[in-house]
Design a protein around this ligand. Structure first.
Ligand code: GDP
Ligand code: MG
Length: 599
């Protein structure tokens, strides 16, 4: 395929504005998938994506399309040309903007999809600027025009005032009814430039993504930047395009996006952002990607009854599929040997857990997530703290200063909610940086907020105080000096390292109080009394007691009904699956989750 007839484009949008549905329609329109294939959001392949109805992983698909240049006359059929179009569907949630930026690096253009009724939302703004930074041609697509509340003119005005996009360039579509879809691909071909790439230069491929396939091993998605002929490929078993599944073609040309199956055995060899080239030629590596920035860290441990090796293997495979997770081994006095993992955000963390369990059958206990802090000690050393338990409690090594990561948040809301949002942001130690109207009814605010205050439940709170109308996005900012303390949780007087958290000193007392109350509710009564305490250093700030259980589970069984007895014991075992025995106390997984919700 000549480079001039290749287009690489991506679909970007705020969550739920219709990216995946639009991608489906384009795949159908080009015959890449059958109409009514029964599975909406075709490219959302993961079980988590289907269950949650969100895209977490960018997906690529190659389509072929016969393009008729506008104004062509009936006799000029020779001007109808086949085009090769690479579509990259991207996730919309803020946690996954890393995936978005990776996809954009392989594109020359993007469809910026905006819901005709909701208008521009926070992630529309964030995605626009990402695409803009990558110098992409942006085609505004106002989708869902079939809705009774659709107001395309208002959206056009927003696009003009916020992004200086010409309202005449906007396409009006309904991915639901099919209205206007016929204009999408012609616009892609006519407005987006073909990819650069000279056939004569040596082969260079940008490694976009990699995943592990049980049968084929490591599969790499690549963008070919400079061309090479078949047969010259070194240790490559299969090359092809995603059409929409792996389709061998034997060759990839300059500008194309496709996959490569090579002899890679270990997933660690497939470094996303790497440059692949011929063994014999030496090339300048392509500019890679910014490394993923980890916003939250949490410990992952095998739940009781499941073993470390199985968890280790599962994590290794999954991290090949999701290169944005960082993993290091760690040991906890309470939980044993496990891993400290860094995630892009809490949703990303949840999704990672879910995938570990669903796709790899691992049973995990995760500890309270924390953001990465910086602490300086009296001996002059500065450390990056990703695990609160690792904070020094050595009296000769006092903390003299600390810093916490912050973000710049963009919030878009209807103007009647401004008061409520300002209150929420100031409770979360936010500082207002910007306040402007994007049209007569909507306000855009920017805040500097400590990352710790937004990772947990900020978005849920924001949604609930604005009846679901707020949209929110953030980008990370510099570290800010702060006043932080370590809050310990003690069970029967023993500190549980996996439950320690780092909190702002002004909030420590209240958080400690709420923590022990929550823990008292989720820890089951046991055969003995349990005291639950929260402490800062040696000072106990809150205390609760859980009295001993009087009856055991079998006491409910009168008579000798063996099957009932068995059932009850089974049930008890079920319930124990996600338990971890710490000292003599059984702690359920929810205990760690509850800790997380206190902020
Ligand atoms: P994404 O998060 O941007 O990928 O959004 P999805 O493609 O998953 O769509 C979100 C929801 O909007 C789904 O329930 C779709 O069926 C619906 N949807 C998508 N396009 C349209 C449209 O043009 N009109 C209407 N009425 N609904 C749509
Ligand atoms: Mg989607």
């Amino acid at each position: 395929f000549p480079t001039e007839r290749i287009r690489n484009f991506s679909i970007i949008a705020h969550i739920d504005h219709g990216k995946s549905t639009l991608a489906d329609r384009l795949l159908e329109l080009t015959g890449t998938i059958k109409k009514g294939h029964g599975q909406p959001q075709y490219l959302d392949k993961l079980q988590v994506e289907r269950e949650r109805g969100i895209t977490v992983k960018a997906q690529t698909a190659t389509m072929f399309y016969k393009h008729k240049p506008s104004g062509i006359s009936a006799g000029e059929t020779h001007r109808v040309n086949d085009f090769l179009l690479n579509l990259i569907d991207t996730p919309g949630h803020v946690d996954f903007s890393y995936e978005v930026s990776r996809s954009l690096a392989a594109c020359q253009g993007a469809l910026l999809v905006v819901d005709a009724a909701q208008g521009v939302q926070a992630q529309t703004v964030a995605n626009f600027y990402l695409a803009f930074e990558f110098n992409l041609t942006i085609i505004p697509v106002i989708n869902k025009i079939d809705q009774p509340t659709a107001d395309p003119d208002r959206v056009k005005a927003q696009l003009k005032s916020l992004f200086d996009l010409d309202p005449n360039d906007a396409l009006l579509t309904s991915a639901k009814t099919g209205q206007g879809l016929e204009h999408v691909l012609p616009a892609v071909i006519e407005r987006i430039p073909s990819p650069p790439g000279k056939s004569a230069s040596p082969l260079r491929m940008l490694l976009l993504d990699s995943y592990y396939d049980e049968y084929k091993g490591v599969i790499c998605h690549v963008a070919v930047i400079a061309s090479a002929a078949t047969g010259q490929v070194y240790e490559i078993f299969d090359v092809g395009i995603m059409h929409p599944e792996l389709t061998p073609t034997g060759v990839l040309f300059s500008g194309q996006v496709g996959y490569v199956v090579s002899g890679m055995r270990s997933t660690k060899e497939a470094r996303v952002g790497d440059t692949l080239h011929h063994a014999r030629s030496s090339v300048e590596p392509l500019p890679g990607f910014k490394p993923a920035k980890h916003m939250v860290f949490s410990g992952l441990y095998p739940a009781d009854g499941s073993d470390f090796d199985a968890l280790n293997a599962a994590i290794e495979k999954l991290t090949c599929n999701d290169a944005s997770v960082s993993v290091t081994k760690e040991t906890s006095t309470a939980l044993g040997i496990g891993f400290r993992c860094g995630f892009l955000g809490l949703l990303h963390m949840d999704v990672f857990h879910q995938r570990l369990e669903q796709e790899y059958g691992a049973h995990v206990i995760s500890t309270v997530p924390t953001v990465p802090y910086i602490f300086e000690y009296s001996d002059g050393s500065k450390v990056n703290v990703q695990n609160p338990a690792s904070l020094s409690s050595n009296p000769g090594k006092r903390v003299v200063a600390c810093w916490e990561p912050s973000v710049i948040a963009t919030i878009i809301i209807p103007s009647e909610y401004v008061g409520a949002v300002i209150t929420l942001c100031s409770e979360r130690r936010g500082e207002q940086l910007e306040y402007s109207f994007i049209d007569s009814q909507r306000v855009l605010m920017k805040y500097r907020l400590p990352l710790r205050e937004i990772v947990v439940d900020f978005y849920d709170q924001l949604k609930s105080i604005t009846s679901g109308y707020a949209s929110f996005d953030y980008e990370d900012e510099e570290y800010q000096a702060s006043d932080l303390v370590k809050l310990d949780v003690l069970l029967n007087g023993q500190p549980v390292d996996a439950m320690a958290t780092i909190v702002h000193s002004l909030k420590a007392q209240r958080i400690g109080r709420e923590l022990v109350e929550k823990l008292r509710k989720v820890i089951d009564r046991q055969m003995f009394e349990i005291t639950i305490q929260a402490a800062i250093g040696s000072k106990v700030v809150a205390r609760e007691t859980l009295s001993a259980m009087r009856k055991n589970v079998l006491a409910k069984c009168y008579g000798g009904d063996i099957t009932r007895k068995k059932k009850l014991l089974e049930k008890q075992k079920e319930g124990k699956k996600r338990m971890k025995r710490v000292g003599s106390v059984d702690i359920p997984q929810e205990a760690f989750h509850e800790l997380l919700k206190v902020s």
